[in-house]
Design a protein around this ligand. Sequence first.
Ligand SMILES: Nc1nc2c(ncn2[C@@H]2O[C@H](COP(=O)(O)OP(=O)(O)OP(=O)(O)O)[C@@H](O)[C@H]2O)c(=O)[nH]1
Ligand SMILES: [Mg+2]
Length: 240
Amino acid sequence: MCTDCGCHPHHPDDTPHTGDPGDGYASRRLLVEAAATAANDETARHNREAFRRQRLTALNLMSSPGAGKTSILERTIRHLAGRRPVYVIEGDQQTRNDAERIERAGATAVQINTGSGCHLEAGMVARAVERLDPLPGGLLFIENVGNLVCPAMFDLGEQAKVVIISVTEGDDKPEKYPYMFRAARLCLINKTDLLPYVDFDPGRCRQLARAVNPHITCIELSARTGEGFDAWLQWLSGLA
Ligand SMILES: Nc1nc2c(ncn2[C@@H]2O[C@H](COP(=O)(O)OP(=O)(O)OP(=O)(O)O)[C@@H](O)[C@H]2O)c(=O)[nH]1
Ligand SMILES: [Mg+2]
């Protein structure tokens, strides 16, 4: 559990924390965590049902800070202009910077500021979607707070989770942060234009990602040059 924000684990194979200071503290804490997780899951189910009714394809984009979530979205939005309505929910602790970038790229955005929180929850997404009032058949991107740990634990009602890793982070990340890579259906390996300058082996990264999640698809791309975007856009069109 994240002690900063009180994230509640969402993995049945998690070992509960030990170190009960006495008086049943640990077991009470587990009960509170279970109730919070159940409440989030219930709201996520409502979101998923609402997305299905609205024919909205919702994707939850997650990465460590700065891996390129917003940059990938900006290029994607420009590509999809006139073809499909695109909506973005931006999650950051502070600022409207990313929502403003998305609006400049041509999509409708709602910014959520989580304050000290390190992830989005289903209720935040439900309220943001009300404000977006999306058209049927649209594409909804949820850019989660930059963090390779906690966002993986929360169902938002999305159709799929997408993890983004950039080549400056090291190719061992799937091994170190397995929950994130296990939860994701797609892994985007971004900033491939920087490959000549860093020690990052995309083959090893793919291999480690598949070791924790044999079903994961990996696509290498660069939000800067557009290299690899055809494969990403093809994957997107295959979802709807
Ligand atoms: N060279 C290179 N730089 C990139 C690429 N994609 C993003 N960047 C740069 O990486 C930095 C972070 O990009 P963002 O798109 O803001 O990353 P983010 O994941 O949205 O960041 P947070 O929302 O703060 O977590 C910016 O300076 C981008 O210009 C890429 O493909 N190649
Ligand atoms: Mg961003």
